[in-house]
Design a protein around this ligand. Sequence first.
Ligand code: URA
Length: 436
Amino acid sequence: MVPQWIIEKKRDGNILTDEEIRFFINGFTAGTIPDYQMAAMAMAIYLKGMTPEETAVLTDAMMRSGAMVDTSSVELPLVDKHSTGGIGDKVSIILAPLAACAGLAVPMISGRGLGITGGTLDKLESIPGFNVNLSEEAFIETVKTCGFSMIGQTGEIAPADKKLYALRDVTGTVASIPLITASIMCKKMAEGIDSLVLDVKYGAGAFMKTLDDATTLAESMVRVGKAMNKGMVALITDMNQPLGRTAGNALEIIESMECLQGQHADDDLMNITLALTAEMLVLGKTAATVEDAREILLGHIASGAAFAKFKEMAVLHGADVTALDDLGKLPKASIVTAYEAPAAGYLTRVDAESIGRAVLVLGGGRQKTDDVIDYAVGTSGLAKIGDQVAAGQPLVTVHANSPDKLAQAMTYIEKAFEIAPEPAAAPVPIVARITG
Ligand code: URA
């Protein structure tokens, strides 16, 4: 096969065969197809698209470019969740112990934050001693012992994606539905799971800005997962305002531990978390319906089992769990100051992107992959769309470690809120459910 002929075929809008796709990905992984040909192919796919069948083959080829996690010794149903990411998205930290309490095995391989989007690994690393770099053996042992484990991507999983994503990033080819689908799904499918629940976010703080784009991506990923014989459900959820009340690593751990202990009964964060976890239980057949599943999960929160399960996992990852019983031991910022409402009225906008930028400039996120994170900084006590506020009432508390960074963050915080004389409806947290 000749790489340039395959590029020309896609450039002209034709459908590639299984063999052509696998030849291209295998050659790119091995280094026999150079970056410039892969970049040209990525642009051809970006412009001409791929059929669902081509996308499934691309995903499979990328998954097989490296190692697959061997979960054959795990006896429980293996179910995971993936989120396309957003501001204040700490769902995984609450969902995984809940799912484990309900009889599922959750081998979760998560990412780090980049840009305004936070990452689960950074949040976990704000707990003193927490090690996200377990060997595959220790990862599987942890899943078998306590039902879940949360680690970072290993170099062996889907190396084709790592190389291709780096190329897409600098060639204007990130925003392609087949390429995003293959990139996300190849890593999740390499985890050795039976089923996957997707949280596809849309809005100002999300990767997908519109509901239409989020729906198209969700449908594409569900289709590919099903073609690979996995149980699949996607929920489309709101990311116009941040999720929950905190954004920033240690602050999000505090909120997550409060949720696991039942202190946030019915807010957007708990509603989305319970809905996603309930879907996992139904896919894993440990509950008959999502309504039954929700009751089971609320029971594990009320009994203290969910919080105990998180601590059990954290111990196996080397964490000092006294910091979870006494949350005051987590990293703390030196400057804590409230941003107050400039007028009375109703909040009609709490812009996720602006809050994300504020956390980023405080040092709570990364502009480049090798930036060092300040775990203590961020925002807490966030008021939400629909809230009635008095003039001078705190809308958010900002946690900073430098007056300069605080001043920069405040320029974004000021832009985040809009107050109007008339009330606005709170956004619907879950707007759609995609099953195929
Ligand atoms: N996240 C990924 O892992 N890959 C993409 O292409 C986009 C988001």
